[in-house]
Design a protein around this ligand. Structure first.
Ligand SMILES: Nc1ncnc2c1ncn2[C@@H]1O[C@H](COP(=O)(O)OP(=O)(O)O)[C@@H](O)[C@H]1O
Ligand SMILES: [Mg+2]
Length: 228
């Protein structure tokens, strides 16, 4: 069993007029290896984010199945899917999606609070992660008071809060300068190797992708293996 397995995933979107369909993904199979990093590269608009959203159960495929440890996400209610996302998956997005009215510490604590853990346990775990990612002196900062790299590191802490087995990252360094981008890359790879996490990453940065164990290219609605 695998944390995520995509089988024959097809996705099409309706045109704005509603009378035509645009095929974005055509019968895609993908099974990221446990303890490894897998990158998906491809031109803008090819469907990388769509594929990642489907893999993470945030969007439904038009046909095909996504299995999480053998369970077909398509057979689950929205609340069961949310539960699996909260327990088994961590998400890091390009624009970090932190809650602006909450401090760095609070943002990181939220997934564990949702999971019903006690406040002290949440706080201790969040402090441990924030320390690991070098943010101990930024605990009470609001996202607006942090640099882009710091916000992204907070987002990584939040993604790791419930110790998910798989981490999805969509252009996690897309809005960062080179130095911050490198730092965020290093942190993600460090977590994958030290904690045996599975990383599924979308990036248009070839150097970042090439640091991953496996690299797939998405083009013409299909995935092809380029490395690994
Ligand atoms: N909700 C939607 N409705 C219609 N078309 C969409 C929707 N989301 C994405 N698309 C289209 O699907 C294609 C792939 O989008 P996306 O997955 O964001 O690409 P990428 O991440 O590779 O840049 C684009 O042409 C986009 O316009
Ligand atoms: Mg995208």
């Amino acid at each position: 069993m695998y944390p995520i397995e995509l089988r024959k995933i097809t996705k099409s979107f309706k045109n704005a007029s509603g009378n035509g369909e645009l095929l974005i993904l055509d019968s895609i199979d993908l099974c990221p290896q446990v303890g490894k990093s897998t990158a998906i590269i491809g031109k803008s608009g090819t469907g990388k984010s769509t594929l990642l959203q489907i893999a993470g159960g945030l969007d439904a495929p038009t046909s095909g199945s996504v299995f999480c440890n053998g369970t077909d996400l398509g057979t689950l209610s929205d609340s069961k899917k949310s539960l699996i996302r909260n327990r088994n998956m961590g998400f890091v997005f390009q624009n970090n999606m932190l809650l602006e009215d909450f401090t760095a510490l609070e943002n990181v604590m939220i997934p564990a609070m949702i999971a019903g853990k006690g406040k002290k346990e949440c706080r201790d775990r969040a402090l441990e992660l924030l320390e690991k990612l070098g943010l101990t002196d930024r605990l009470d900062h609001l996202p607006g008071q942090l640099s882009g790299g710091e916000r992204q590191r907070v987002a990584i802490c939040r993604a790791l809060m419930n110790s998910p087995e798989i981490i999805f990252a969509d252009e996690p360094t897309g809005s960062l300068d080179e130095e911050n981008a490198r730092e965020v890359e290093n942190m993600l790879f460090d977590i994958v190797s030290s904690e045996k996490k599975t990383l599924l990453l979308v990036t248009h940065n070839i150097d970042f992708a090439n640091r991953c164990d496996m690299v797939y290219r998405l083009s013409n609605r299909k995935l092809t293996l380029e490395k690994g």
